[in-house]
Design a protein around this ligand. Structure first.
Ligand SMILES: *Cc1c(COP(=O)(O)O)cnc(C)c1O
Length: 461
């Protein structure tokens, strides 16, 4: 039998080993170089072997994974990673992930996993509370904001066409009444991808002018109709700027249009009263996409699609109408594109339970304060900060594009911290995104020193 003593002790032994390796990684990550060394990346070639003919001892498998693999990670869970708006992972989320992995629950249906279904229901409600969204909202737990954007836009498509007497789930998009898509000039690429997946051509969209911070200009909106979807954003990926949701939602509501919010990270600023002036009006939209693996530091992968009209969400994502009987309890798979999937609500629950409202608010405010310190330190050293630092994003230019690119390359190679590059309104910039709970003031000072030193060295280029 598979559960005899030998198998049990082997299982216990390999879990101990993995836990030891993981604990060591977590302990050392703060002092590890942030980007892996060239040698560590080159060593990955050792994995490139033919498919083994014979089994290996699981402990040897894990030991090898740690030996070659851990050194080739990017230390995104440490305090000095500032790339791509990637968050870290709070301890409760990591620990819950271990336990949930042991459970190996399929979160598709309540009958497959009561615990997964229960926690999903709880976290969708908590996230709506944290983000100040209407309590009647329904939501699905997906991999990422791209999928969350897709889920919400597919639901908008269903709802707007249903109003026009067209059942898109039955009759598809060919011959359907046209829907107008409106986006801002600084729309995130994931919205364009989601739109194309949902059958809206990337070219068949109306682009509204943006201002100097990337905010959609409400005064430039075209005439809308009850068959328009307006995609706005809470937190531009470069500047962190927020579209004027209050004005846009007001106009859209008058003209019957659907408003979708891409709030991958910025939406979480709504938990802090400090940012009230930026985040006003987003609660008036019809759907929202966000990531828990960014600012809330839940770990990968954790996106959420939230829709005001839960009936429309279930009608577009439900697998058959028979599952949609009123009064039956929430079934996870009728809220997402996926059926079988892992129980990602477990980590989200653990992170939110361990942080609480005040902890999440403190995380948001602390990282924004770190971004201010970066901006101040860089300006003081004579470099140009290109954006209004309103939340956690800083764009800095080190003069000519080739100099800025060289600074970025050397910062990454140096390993003290990690920042990526971007092009903001024609200017090459380095982007600093402070998104981790683990970042301390010391991390910020060490990183600033490294950046200023390297940029100084590149000045003579
Ligand atoms: C990061 C981001 C996305 C995409 O997020 P994924 O989780 O990688 O799919 C979408 N929109 C905005 C504004 C983002 O910052």
């Amino acid at each position: 039998m598979a559960t005899d003593r030998g198998a049990q002790s082997q299982s216990s032994e390999v879990l101990h080993l993995a836990a030891d390796k993981a604990r060591r990684y977590v302990r050392d990550v703060a002092e590890q170089r942030v980007g892996p060394s060239e040698a560590a990346v080159a060593a990955l070639a050792e994995f490139n072997e033919p498919f083994p003919l014979l089994p290996s001892n699981p402990c040897d498998v894990i030991a090898r994974l740690d030996e070659i693999g851990s050194a080739a990670t990017v230390a995104t869970t440490g305090g000095r990673y500032f790339g791509f708006v990637n968050g870290g992972m709070v301890p409760a989320a990591l620990a819950a992930n271990w336990l949930a992995a042991a459970w190996n629950q399929n979160a598709a249906l309540r009958v497959m996993s009561p615990i997964a279904a229960e926690l999903e229901e709880v976290v969708v409600r908590w996230v709506c509370e944290a983000l100040g969204l209407p309590p009647e909202c329904a939501g699905g737990l997906v991999t990422c904001a791209t999928m969350a954007n897709f889920t919400a836009l597919a639901t908008a498509r269903y709802a707007l066409l249903a109003r026009a007497g067209w059942d898109v789930t039955a009759d598809g998009m060919f011959g359907a009444p046209p829907i107008e898509i409106v986006v801002g000039a600084q729309v995130h690429a994931s919205i364009l991808k989601a739109l194309s997946l949902a059958g809206f051509g990337r070219k068949r969209i109306t682009i509204v002018e943006a201002d100097g911070q990337g905010r959609m200009r409400a005064d430039k909106l075209p005439r809308l109709s009850e068959r328009a979807i307006v995609c706005i954003q809470a937190g531009n990926v470069n500047t962190g700027a927020f579209d004027p949701a209050e004005e846009i939602c007001h106009v859209a509501a008058e003209q019957g249009a659907w408003v979708h919010v891409d709030g991958a990270f910025g939406l979480w600023a709504r938990i802090s009263h400090k940012y009230e002036h930026l985040t006003r009006g987003f609660e008036k939209a019809d759907s929202w996409a966000t990531d828990a693996h960014k600012w809330p530091n839940v770990g990968y992968d954790s996106g959420l699609a939230i829709v005001r009209d839960g009936v429309a969400l279930r009608a577009s994502m439900g697998i058959t109408a028979a599952y949609l009987e009123p009064g039956s309890r929430r079934e996870p798979m009728h809220h997402t594109p996926e059926a079988s999937r892992r129980a990602r609500g477990v980590e989200l629950w653990a992170a939110l339970k361990s942080l609480g409202r005040s902890g999440l608010c403190a995380l948001i405010e602390r990282t924004c304060a770190h971004a201010q310190r970066f901006a101040q330190g860089l300006r003081k050293a004579g470099f140009e900060v290109l954006n209004d630092v309103v939340i956690n994003q800083v764009l800095v230019s080190f003069s000519r594009p080739e100099v800025t690119r060289e600074v970025i390359r050397r910062v990454q190679e140096d390993g003290t911290c990690w920042c990526g590059g971007t092009v903001w309104q024609g200017e090459t910039a380095m982007r600093i995104s402070v998104s981790s709970w683990a970042t301390t003031e010391t991390d910020v000072e060490r990183s600033l020193q490294a950046i200023v030193r390297i940029a100084g060295e590149c000045r003579t280029m």
